[in-house]
Design a protein. Structure first.
Length: 264
């Protein structure tokens, strides 16, 4: 991860100091603020690449700070952290421009991974304007894709990685992948869901927390039906795009002979 100019906005002393020490030791320039007003004062005098903002702050809350920061600098990458996660606050944070939303407690190296991945999205080359491309959306990204180890793979097992996923088992048998620090936070999260009544779709990153009311009987779950419908739509787009490319590749070529004129 390249060295960044960062601002940590956190009212809890222990968490603020932990974030400062971790990223400073990594060579980043880190400033801190205890509340929203002080954060905005520093933001007005310094152009920060990364801002880590607690959701609940004295005075102006994290969402208010996020909105003002993004209005002044749309390129600023803001990650919201909170000990009180909810689906509603996460959706609102993302709507206002947060690149990620992380519930406490979390591992600091996982936060660093999220920051690194936010930059990887920026460097994806744009498709050619001559040939419009409908890019397939990975609705349920595999944990190995989320970790940045594989480029593109959809989860086909509803995040039941330890219950019959051949791909996950194959990756775990390879030492360099099994010991890759990037995958550890995701494997820990999978383990944390085992035995708990928490929806597996939290693994996709779109939900911070959701209780499972169906005891993992996903086929009768409205959320699963909605997700599967979205996946089916994306697969249909992908199939149509593939068919269009094949048709274009095998289109017959007609060679017209030049007509000859007789001399009179």
């Amino acid at each position: 991860m390249k060295k960044e100019n960062m601002l940590v906005v956190e009212d809890e002393d222990i968490m603020r100091e932990a974030l400062f020490d971790y990223f400073s030791s990594g060579g980043h320039k880190v400033d801190t603020a205890q509340d929203g007003e002080k954060a905005l004062e520093k933001f007005n005098f310094e152009d920060y690449d990364i801002m880590i903002i607690d959701l609940r702050l004295p005075g102006r809350d994290g969402l208010s700070v996020l909105e003002e920061v993004r209005a002044k600098n749309p390129k600023a990458k803001v990650i919201i952290i909170t000990a009180y996660p909810s689906f509603e606050s996460e959706m609102e944070a993302r709507r206002r421009g947060a690149v990620d939303y992380l519930s406490k407690p979390f591992e600091l190296d996982h936060l660093e991974t999220l920051i690194r991945q936010s930059y990887e999205v920026d460097v994806v080359p744009a498709p050619s304007i001559e040939e419009p491309v409908v890019e397939e959306e990975i609705v349920t990204p595999c944990i190995w894709m989320q970790a940045g180890i594989v480029k593109k793979r959809r989860c086909t097992r509803r995040y039941e990685c330890f219950r019959g996923c051949d791909f996950h088992e194959a990756m775990m048998k390879i030492e360099r992948f099994r010991n890759d620090p990037r995958i550890k936070p995701y494997i820990d999260k999978v383990y944390s869901l085992l035995g708990k009544n928490q929806c597996r779709y939290t693994m996709s990153g779109e939900l911070s927390f959701r209780s499972c009311a169906r005891l993992y009987n996903c086929a009768s779950c409205e959320l699963d039906l909605m997700v599967q419908h979205k996946i089916d739509q994306q697969l249909a787009i992908k199939a149509a795009s593939r068919k269009k490319k094949q048709t274009k590749s095998y289109a017959p070529v007609t060679i017209k002979n030049k007509s000859t004129r007789s001399d009179h």
